[in-house]
Write a protein that binds this ligand. Structure first.
Ligand code: NAP
Length: 242
């Protein structure tokens, strides 16, 4: 029997690449990226043996996403797991935030997630099985100064997770979200030390999280061990939000 197939969006670095590595032991993994092809190739090389591949596609583009799903089904025959991980930040205070920064974050984080879920739904419905895991953020639960766009985009992902779980449950498709706190990646590297220290103060475990620590939970949600869990948001934040 062929191995399960997982598509991870935005897997050329950071949390996405850790998820690709965690899933690669028992899945054939498709590493999606939008522009970082060299990094995506490096992730591909680092994976254990398997029929893994990379796929360039901007998740904002509905037609391209549809084509990506069709191509994966053509190559592998099925898609069992979708991890919607692609995401960006464009931080600024409300009064200084440009239209473009608001729209871009919503377009990649939220519309990108919708595009992937919608395009994979028909495939997973036919299979009568599938796991969709959306990477949200604690900021979508609690908000944050300077991140009105990002908070809205991630809050919407949590709501979309619940609505999709209700819609797709009868077809044996589980849809869950993960809300990471502060995880050490390129996305958070840019934050200044003052802000990082303030965040550490409110994290009971007194350290930032690692991409692997998110990936392990994704691996659980992608496995049959999580078959009776759907519509949930699992927070991975060292206890910051409780
Ligand atoms: P990262 O290091 O900046 O990586 C982002 C990934 O998304 C890259 O692989 C990037 O690939 C891809 N991407 C960006 N735009 C894309 C698009 N339009 N289409 C396809 N791929 C695209 O970020 P990260 O820290 O690993 O974050 C990963 C996810 O976790 C994001 O959704 C983020 O919001 C969420 N998250 C992160 C943290 C944290 O503390 N780091 C906390 C909570 C939630 P290209 O360079 O090829 O575009």
């Amino acid at each position: 029997m062929s191995r399960k197939v997982a598509l991870v969006t935005g897997a050329s670095r950071g949390i996405g690449s850790a998820i690709a590595k965690a899933l690669a032991s028992d899945h054939d993994v498709v590493i999606n990226f939008a522009s970082s092809e060299v990094q995506a190739q490096e992730v591909l090389k680092s994976l254990p043996e398997g029929n893994h591949s990379i796929y360039k596609c901007d998740v904002q583009n509905h037609e391209d996403v549809k084509m990506m799903m069709e191509e994966i089904v053509k190559n592998y025959g099925h898609i069992d797991v979708l991890v919607n991980n692609a995401g960006i930040t464009r931080d600024n205070l409300m009064l200084k935030m440009s239209d473009d920064d608001f729209d871009k974050v919503m377009s990649i984080n939220t519309k990108g997630c919708f595009n992937c879920i919608q395009s994979i739904t028909r495939i997973m419905m036919k299979q009568r099985a599938g796991k969709i895991i959306n990477i949200a953020s604690v900021i979508g639960l609690i908000g944050n100064v300077g991140q009105v766009n990002y908070a809205a985009s991630k809050g919407a992902i949590i709501a979309m997770t619940k609505a999709s779980a209700k819609e797709l449950g009868s077809r044996n498709i589980q849809v869950n979200a993960i809300a990471p706190g502060f995880i050490e990646t390129e996305m958070t590297q840019v934050l200044n030390d003052d802000l990082k220290n303030k965040m550490l103060d409110v994290i009971p475990l007194k350290r930032f999280g690692q991409a692997d620590e998110v990936a392990h939970v994704v691996k659980f949600l992608a496995s049959s061990d999580s078959n009776y869990i759907t519509g949930q948001t699992i927070v991975i934040d060292g206890g910051m939000v409780m």
